[in-house]
Design a protein around this ligand. Structure first.
Ligand code: AMP
Length: 284
């Protein structure tokens, strides 16, 4: 079945309101496209949770820094539509940047604290762009439920916080990370890895898995756990690590030197020109 594609923001809102009027619930999966099984898992979950499912594809310019990969971000709408045709959704929303950010645009959503941690420390303005676009999309789709991947743990966390802080009447749900057979988290950016880089990339997951093993064996010293990641990272010379850190899975605060909470191990690392992020909850 050919997926209904909507470009105009007003049309998106009108359709959504028609569904709501007839009592149907709406689940929403925002994406930047180049769809892979991680996205498709969110969509499958959305289909279980609501009567109508809306997916958006929008490579959001305001969440990319001036030296980041906005221009090179993979764009493959035709292939994405074919995947959505197979899985079956109710609407694909593909707004234009000029409709989302018309000339003279000047209003943004800012998180003051969580957005300074982890990726936020290296990508100034990134979460401001994410929060702004997601809030705008929420206003246009008016979903009951929005689904995000825990692959982007900090993003999911900050979006949940926005929903609570701004009294949004929808649920923000986090879904498990979908991985390749070798452990590498599925990501649209993996498409930009060379074959040699692709072969080295799973070392990151392997190092996280080793650290989890050490934690589960009883190690609670934060620095020794992080050292374990570094010591077990194969092809270490190929990666430029931005951060490896342990944060509390319930508050996102950095772990103390003796870990007593529910820790999540998170990293960001460049492999060539591709920035990869991933995380692992150390408690099952
Ligand atoms: P993106 O297109 O990268 O902006 O991602 C859109 C949504 O898919 C976000 O909520 C991501 O967290 C989620 N996502 C991306 N990769 C994965 C993955 N490997 N497993 C689960 N969710 C993912």
């Amino acid at each position: 079945m050919s997926t209904k594609t909507i470009i105009a923001p007003d049309e998106m809102r009108n359709i959504s309101r028609l569904w709501r009027k007839s009592g149907e619930s709406i689940a929403f999966v925002p994406t930047m496209g180049a769809l892979h099984e991680g996205h498709l898992a969110l969509i499958s979950e959305a289909k279980k949770q609501a009567q109508r499912v809306v997916v958006s594809i929008f490579v959001n310019p305001t969440q990319f820094g001036p030296n980041e990969d906005f221009a090179n971000y993979p764009r493959m709408l035709k292939e994405d539509k074919a995947k959505l045709d197979l899985i079956g959704i109710d609407a694909l929303f593909v707004p234009n940047a000029s409709d989302m950010y018309p000339a003279g645009y000047q209003t943004f959503v800012v998180n003051d604290e969580l957005s300074t941690l982890l990726c936020g420390a290296f990508r100034p303005g990134h979460f401001k762009g994410v929060l702004t676009v997601v809030l705008k999309l929420f206003h246009l789709v008016e979903p009951d439920l929005a689904l995000f991947g825990k692959k982007d743990y900090q993003q999911w966390f900050i979006l949940q916080k926005m929903a609570r802080d701004l009294c949004l009447s929808l649920e923000v749900k986090g879904c498990p990370t979908v991985r390749e057979a070798d452990g590498l988290a599925k990501s649209s950016r993996n498409l930009r890895l060379s074959p040699e880089e692709r072969q080295k990339a799973p070392a990151l997951f392997a190092a996280m898995a080793k650290t989890k093993e050490l934690y589960q064996g009883g190690e609670r010293n934060r620095d020794r756990l992080i050292q374990c990641f570094h010591q077990n990272l194969r092809h270490a010379e190929a990666f430029r690590i931005e951060y490896v850190a342990l944060h509390d899975g319930d508050t996102l605060a950095p772990c103390e030197s003796l870990i007593t909470n529910r820790p999540v191990l998170l990293f960001a690392a460049y492999l060539g020109s591709v920035r990869l992020i991933d995380n692992l909850e150390l408690v099952e």
